[in-house]
Design a protein around this ligand. Structure first.
Ligand SMILES: C[S@@+](CC[C@H](N)C(=O)[O-])C[C@H]1O[C@@H](n2cnc3c(N)ncnc32)[C@H](O)[C@@H]1O
Length: 266
């Protein structure tokens, strides 16, 4: 098979998607076409010449399976990604959604390796938001979640952390490695969850779903936004990524209150 030509062998790819769904529970049909290219890039990288060879490999070799998932889902993240958005979140959105008892029910959906929910936890700690309920942080990728729970990061992922916060909320492990302190870790509850197939909890004050839906097809994306709308309480806010916007948000009962922040109004 000419690995470079990822659009050839459509029948084989359809078969591959079915078999991969059986193995992983992940339905690649929901993902954009670029995922097909990534499958092939992975195959090229590891010298794999057919889909069956790839399937056998990921069935037999747990590490390769994890590497493949990592490669497909591109779980890069960083603390306070797009810092100007986090500033608005901290100064304007959190005061808006906070409940009378100073609690916030928040969800980081597609949290990857934990930088996003821990950033939120740091803000909550500074603003003295109640520790209960913990921030729900979910992802489809168990390897990413395992790393998130460890809470150890390279300095490169911490570039947007204010020096005072770095000092207060991280322990320096080695030259370039920092660990989130226990009181921040305790504020986050990590769980494996597939946004496309698993049920959503309800009554959230705040949902962050950033740089996740970019991989999904248009209609899948739209259905997902409706599910997020239902998961918010009226008045709750959904924060999306810096390159994302929700088309038809008004029909969904959402109001755009700032760029990339949508409030449920009905
Ligand atoms: C680029 S990361 C985003 C991390 C973080 N939200 C941020 O903006 O920095 C995308 C994450 O979406 C997750 N993901 C992809 N498909 C998913 C699905 N169906 N359900 C839950 N998470 C999914 C991936 O595993 C990956 O960790």
């Amino acid at each position: 098979m000419a690995i470079e030509d990822f659009s050839s062998f459509p029948k084989e790819y359809e078969e591959f998607k079915k078999k991969f769904l059986d193995i992983s529970g992940i339905d690649l049909n929901f993902y954009k076409h670029q995922i097909h290219r990534r499958v092939h890039m992975f195959m090229k990288r590891w010298n794999i010449n057919s889909y069956d060879e790839l399937l056998n490999l990921i069935k037999l070799d747990k590490d390769k399976y994890k590497a493949f998932l990592d490669y497909l889902t591109i779980n890069v993240s960083e603390f306070f990604r797009n810092p100007e958005r986090f500033e608005i979140l901290e100064k304007e959105i959190i005061p808006l959604v906070m409940r009378e008892d100073k609690s916030i029910k928040a969800w980081s959906a597609g949290c990857a390796t934990g930088e996003e929910p821990y950033s939120l936890a740091i803000i909550f700690e500074d603003l003295k938001i109640k520790k209960f309920p913990p921030i729900l942080a979910t992802d489809i990728d168990q390897t990413a979640l395992d790393k998130a729970k460890l809470g150890i990061y390279d300095i490169k992922q911490l570039q947007n952390v204010h020096p005072q916060r770095l000092e207060k909320y991280f322990l320096r492990k080695k030259e370039n490695l920092y660990e989130v302190i226990p009181s921040i870790k305790e504020r986050v509850e990590f769980k494996k969850h597939d946004l496309l197939n698993d049920p959503f909890d309800r009554d959230f004050d705040l949902i962050l779903c950033r740089n996740v839906v970019i991989y999904f097809e248009k209609d899948v994306k739209e259905k997902l936004y409706y599910k997020f709308r239902d998961a918010l309480r009226i008045g709750g806010v959904l924060m999306v990524g810096n390159t994302e916007q929700i088309f038809g948000y008004k029909e969904m009962g959402l109001k755009s209150i700032k760029p990339f922040f949508y409030q449920r109004v009905k």
